[in-house]
Ligand binder design. Structure first.
Ligand SMILES: *Cc1c(COP(=O)(O)O)cnc(C)c1O
Length: 378
């Protein structure tokens, strides 16, 4: 019996840290400090450095990182209810829910069929007098064209909030997700399955804007910057000491872990040959593709159900990111009419299939995935 190849083996990823995690658990228990302590503070400093940014604010999850950044910016820049935020038509639902939860209007912008990221050539057509921000999503671990997005943002005086939940350590022209050169903010998630994953929920905002960082920190702590003084109506959204301690250890391995993902991606990109399967980022050269951190390795096929079942029968687990496009989600149905069409989002939702990829996926398993896929017939 062959081993089963999991889509993502979170247990195996974390098992590598079990001794240090054990130590950290004891330290936190002994210290008695479980929230708002030195572990969180140190992690924030280290993660800001990792992203080449001045500030990092730990929060409870990636959705809150996006939402609290938008709420803060709305307050600081005096945006009005219903002001418009450009978001890609193809993303995880949290990106769009954060916008709606902040009392703002998401405007779905087309993504390109070659890299599944915001199509910058079509952004300016969607900008109105009420547009306030662009949220590029670095989907699947690959950064959107931040240079073009930044220059459009400058031209129209828009804020840029990177949704970097899938892109810890990704680069664009040598600059990281969250880098100060982009002059905005980046929201990260430490959901256990992300490239930098906690042992529970966690998130962070990275920015080099001191006022923005301060406002997010305040909102995340009951609107208070001094104990018992509440200037704003806030929420409780914090990264705790234990998660921060775990994340500090995992952060030290992140670059190497991302490189392991890249090695697997390179093999998939160079060894997969099947006329029924389209590889991702097909028109880009391999070195450019390798700036991605391959949170997801997507392939595309018109025979998805058949392929997914075939892989399952061969012990290979796959997932779909994402099967239902944003404009077809019930919770957002009030936002668009039948006149709004999103053909690329529909195409990607219909044809995408995510292959196993992770820092603990063995070479043998990668070979099995490749051989199995190369033998797929319709
Ligand atoms: C995971 C994810 C989020 C949300 O992060 P949570 O920590 O799960 O709230 C937001 N955007 C994208 C693109 C994601 O992949």
């Amino acid at each position: 019996m062959k081993d089963k190849i999991k889509f993502l083996d979170v247990a195996a990823i974390n098992r590598r840290f079990i001794t240090t995690f054990d130590e950290e658990l004891k330290n936190v228990v002994r210290s008695g400090r479980v929230l708002l302590g030195t572990q969180t503070q140190r992690f924030e400093e280290e993660f800001a450095d990792f992203c080449h940014a001045d500030y990092c604010v730990g929060v409870a999850n990636g959705l809150d990182a996006l939402w609290l950044t938008l709420l803060s910016k709305k307050m600081l820049a005096a945006w009005e209810d219903g002001d418009e935020i450009l978001v890609p038509e193809h993303t995880f639902i949290a990106t769009v829910q954060a916008v709606v939860r902040a009392g703002l209007t998401p405007v779905l912008a087309p993504v390109s069929e070659t890299d599944y990221l915001l199509d910058v050539s079509r952004l300016s057509d969607l900008i109105s007098s009420r547009t306030r921000a662009i949220i590029p999503v670095h989907l699947y671990g690959r950064m959107a064209n931040m240079q073009a997005i930044s220059s459009i943002a400058q031209e129209y005086n828009l804020f840029v909030l990177e949704d970097a939940a899938q892109a810890h350590g990704a680069q664009y022209l040598g600059f990281s997700a969250g880098d100060r050169v982009w002059q905005g903010a980046a929201a990260f998630s430490f959901y256990p399955g992300k490239n930098l994953g906690a042992l529970g929920d966690g998130g962070a905002v990275v920015t080099s804007d001191a006022r923005l960082a301060q406002c997010i920190r305040q909102l995340a702590n009951y609107g208070s910057s001094e104990k018992y003084h509440h200037e704003l109506l806030g929420v409780n959204s914090r990264l705790d000491e234990l998660q921060a301690a775990f994340l500090r250890h995992k952060l030290r391995e992140l670059t190497q872990d991302n490189n392991k993902r890249r090695i697997i991606a390179r093999r998939y990109l160079t060894e997969l040959f099947n006329p029924y399967i389209t590889l991702p980022y097909s028109t880009m050269d391999i070195e450019q593709k390798m700036q991605s951190v391959f949170h997801i390795f997507p392939i595309f096929t018109k025979h998805r159900t058949k392929l997914q079942n075939y892989l399952k029968d061969n012990g290979i687990e796959t997932l779909v990111h994402y099967p239902i496009p944003i404009h077809k989600q019930k919770c957002l149905s009030m936002l668009w009419t039948d006149e709004n069409t999103y053909p690329v989002a529909e195409l990607l939702s219909a044809e995408e299939l995510s292959l196993p990829i992770s820092p603990v996926l063995s070479d043998n398993h990668v070979t099995t995935v490749i051989n199995t896929l190369n033998s797929f017939e319709v």
